[in-house]
Design a binder for this molecule. Structure first.
Ligand SMILES: [Zn+2]
Length: 427
């Protein structure tokens, strides 16, 4: 209830921000940053240890430029700190909201938002949607891994009506649900829409979305074209993550991404964590400016991107990203040459609490290996349940080998390719 009051309050606030951020983005960001740093230093033992280790105090970080003095942290470190309870600011946990990572990162993480930050980032999300052309009376088909548990404030008010499409279900069901909903907007991971593109091409469909917003994974030019052609709709991206919610949104006018400067501060760095020039591809490192309960300061999200100085022709002045390169997970190919999105596999596996980390590998067309680092005990029943869940997705003759391992093999950049296929889609 409290959140329902907070969200519209923050929406008014973030719309005002956009007017003045353009002139003084640094001042506004630095104000948010100072509060975040002071709280993290005082009340989060994880950060206190970092500060003490390099002999700094919160007073040494007054503006975004000073962040360079702090180390870059990654998901693994945050997870450990969360397990030890050292990253959370206990003063802000009352009414806090947990969000677990979905998708196929292979290293699930729960993010704890304090109630104000959750409402604030919700407002940022709504502002981003409106700027991308979504209208309040739109019917939104939203691809998600489970039924929505709670309706948002907006929906209770009868606006931004969201209808979930469960992407772990088969495509036929997803498609008939779309026909029933008749959405004017679709929000989805791009790879989930590709199999539907084929289905739509050969059929007369009764719905025509105006905008398709993709998020969660890389949208290649090829994928964009295929979705645009099949659905005959404008396709734009949002850059989001469970750690920060909406980070940046692609402008329908300029094509670049407007960063939500009043919610995040973004750096692009090289492999030695040094700053790189605008226009160069680098590791995306984010400081979330609003979440005091679980501060994420100089957090490497595992994506790569290019920052740009270009000013957008839409008139909104903000920091900009030219492109974002996500994790490159693979599609799984069936003997019938159909493709299964990595998100479907990831969505199934990440429901199991017994899995701490995983890698799912298609070695041959009907041979699969699932490598698991279990969280605590891993019983035969756990294994059976996983097999059963995956059997709904994999083809009938598929052989699945499940192996428990101690550590996860990593790629060159240190990233895990959580869903990998060695079978060519075209072979
Ligand atoms: Zn723009």
């Amino acid at each position: 209830m409290y959140r329902d009051i907070l969200t519209p309050y923050y929406l008014l606030k973030v719309f005002k921000h956009q007017r003045y951020l353009g002139n003084e983005p640094k001042k506004a960001q630095n104000k948010l940053l100072c509060r975040l740093i002071a709280e993290a230093y005082q009340n989060s033992p994880f950060y206190r240890k970092i500060f003490d280790g390099i002999k700094l105090t919160s007073k040494d970080i007054k503006e975004t430029q000073d962040l360079k003095r702090l180390p870059v942290i990654n998901r693994r470190q945050v997870r450990e700190a969360l397990e030890q309870g050292s990253i959370l600011n206990r003063k802000y946990l009352k009414g806090s909201i947990c969000r677990s990572t979905s998708g196929s990162s292979g290293l699930p993480l729960t993010v704890v938002y304090d109630i104000k930050s959750y409402a604030y980032t919700d407002a940022i999300y709504v502002r981003s949607l409106l700027k991308q052309g979504v209208r309040i009376n739109d019917r939104i088909a939203y691809f998600w891994y489970e039924p929505f548990r709670k309706r948002s404030f907006w929906e209770k008010m009868g606006i931004f009506k969201k209808f979930e499409i469960i992407y772990t279900e088969n495509e036929k069901l997803q498609f008939s649900r779309l026909e029933k909903i008749k959405p004017s907007v679709i929000i989805s991971f791009p790879t989930l829409l590709l199999p539907l593109c084929e289905r739509i091409k050969n059929k007369k469909v009764s719905f025509k979305p105006r905008i398709i917003i993709t998020h969660g994974e890389l949208l290649t030019e090829d994928t964009r074209k295929r979705i645009e052609e099949a659905f005959n709709a404008c396709v734009v991206e949002q850059y989001d993550s469970n750690e920060f919610k909406t980070i940046a949104w692609q402008c329908t006018e300029g094509g670049n991404f407007h960063i939500n400067d009043d919610s995040v501060f973004i750096e692009t760095l090289n492999e030695n964590n040094e700053e790189i020039k605008e226009g160069e591809l680098g590791k995306i490192v984010i400081t979330g400016l609003s979440n005091i309960a679980m501060p994420l300061i100089r957090y490497s999200v595992g994506d790569y991107g290019i920052k740009t100085n270009e000013i957008c022709r839409c008139g909104i002045i903000s920091s900009m990203l030219k492109s974002i390169e996500g994790r490159g997970d693979d599609f799984i190919i069936t003997p019938e040459k159909e493709i299964i999105s990595p998100r479907r596999i990831g969505g199934i596996l990440e429901k199991f609490e017994s899995i701490r980390e995983y890698k799912f590998l298609q070695e041959e067309i009907t041979k699969f290996s699932l490598f698991i680092i279990p969280s605590g005990k891993f019983s035969n029943e756990d294994e059976m349940n996983i097999r059963e869940a995956l059997s709904n997705v994999l083809s009938k003759g598929a052989r699945l080998f499940i192996e428990k391992i101690q550590s996860m093999p990593r790629g060159k950049t240190g990233k895990i390719k959580a869903i990998e296929s060695r079978v060519s889609r075209y072979g």
